[in-house]
Write a protein that binds this ligand. Structure first.
Ligand SMILES: [Zn+2]
Length: 79
């Protein structure tokens, strides 16, 4: 039997394996869709700004940019 989860943003129930689940320190934050997850995360980001989240976002952005560059270089090698 699949576990039923409840979206913490809109209250909709959904089966485990669908939707988006983010676990932090053993707690699960459950969202029935990506848009509910984004809605929640946007507010988290707003409220976390004073805790210095920008530094973390900039460093994650850098990681993604580097990944893109690596992929771009790999593609060039293949051609
Ligand atoms: Zn939802």
């Amino acid at each position: 039997m699949t576990r039923k989860l409840v979206c913490i943003v809109c209250g909709r129930k959904f089966p485990q394996g669908q939707g988006v689940v983010i676990s932090i320190e053993g707690k699960e934050y459950t969202f029935h869709s990506k848009s509910c997850a984004i809605k929640f995360l946007r507010r988290v980001i707003d409220e976390a700004q004073e805790l210095g989240i920008k530094r973390i976002m900039d460093s994650v952005e850098k990681e993604f940019i580097e990944e893109l560059k690596r992929r771009e270089e790999l593609r060039k090698k293949v051609i």
